[in-house]
Design a protein around this ligand. Structure first.
Ligand code: SAM
Length: 243
């Protein structure tokens, strides 16, 4: 398996500044794709993938075949189980799913073959790049579900939640929009509460313990979560609102 340690920030190519991956430190590839999965990546993904070399549309509805009333982004969808569930239950919502791990993307594309839908667009690279491309105040919700935990202290700086990414999420959320975060790793939950608590754009909506101990409404679970629960790590479900 290929372990990619990605470089940060800005590089200059052909005299033009070009951003490289900044917030992604995981694996881009796992086991070799089966032939059919590779064909889906080659043939199906291009029509669904957002092209960040193009200017973003003024209104996100333009990204979909029919107009949408709401827009929701899921960062790091893994095998896509949660994204498929949510996009299937709310057809008036335009979804964007981001997952750089090619095997996860292939899994979602396989599921879409059986259950195609016109309210889903995809991006297969670092979500930070997409967040910088999206128009300001364009999303109703951003989901970050079981982000890579990076439990060792020396790796905390690789966590997706940091001040810069919170600035990015704050910029793209509409006032009143939601940022949802779930994790089974205590230190990441506390880390997120501290970082978001220090950020002036968000408030934590919880009033009592049950609010963060109970899954989000309509929650279908995720594969990663099932493993965490099996292994005795109860998750926390944090909902923040863009002020
Ligand atoms: C622990 S997995 C959780 C997957 C899924 N959300 C779940 O709950 O089953 C975290 C996922 O986030 C993805 N990821 C990590 N950094 C990312 C980034 N900067 N942008 C988008 N996705 C990212 C990884 O490739 C991985 O699939």
């Amino acid at each position: 398996m290929e372990q990619i340690e990605t470089e940060t920030a800005i590089m200059v190519a052909d005299g033009h500044p070009e951003r490289r991956r900044e917030a992604f430190f995981g694996r881009l590839k796992g086991p070799k794709l089966r032939q059919h999965q590779a064909a889906l990546i080659a043939n199906r993904l291009p029509a669904l993938r957002l092209d960040l070399t193009m200017p973003p549309p003024a209104a996100l509805s333009a990204l979909y075949a029919s107009p949408k009333e709401r827009f929701r982004l899921e960062i790091g969808f893994g095998g896509g189980e949660h994204l498929l569930h949510r996009s299937g239950e709310d057809l008036a919502c335009g979804f964007i799913g981001v997952e750089p791990f090619v095997n996860g993307m292939a899994k979602l594309l396989s599921a879409l073959e059986a259950a195609p839908r016109d309210n889903l667009r995809l991006f297969d690279d670092d979500a930070a790049l997409l967040l910088d491309w999206l128009p300001a105040a364009s999303l109703d919700a951003v989901d970050l579900l079981y982000p890579d935990p990076w439990p060792k202290k020396r790796h905390f700086k690789r966590r997706f939640v940091n001040t810069k990414n919170l600035d990015r999420i704050a910029r793209v959320l509409k006032p009143g929009g939601y940022f949802r975060f779930a994790s089974d790793i205590d230190t990441y939950v506390n880390w997120t509460l501290r970082h978001v608590g220090d950020h002036s754009a968000f408030i934590w909506t919880a009033a009592r313990p049950a609010d963060w101990q109970t899954p989000f409404a309509g929650w279908p679970g995720t594969r990663y979560e099932a493993k965490a629960i099996r292994e005795g790590r109860p998750p926390a479900y944090l909902t923040f609102q863009r002020v």
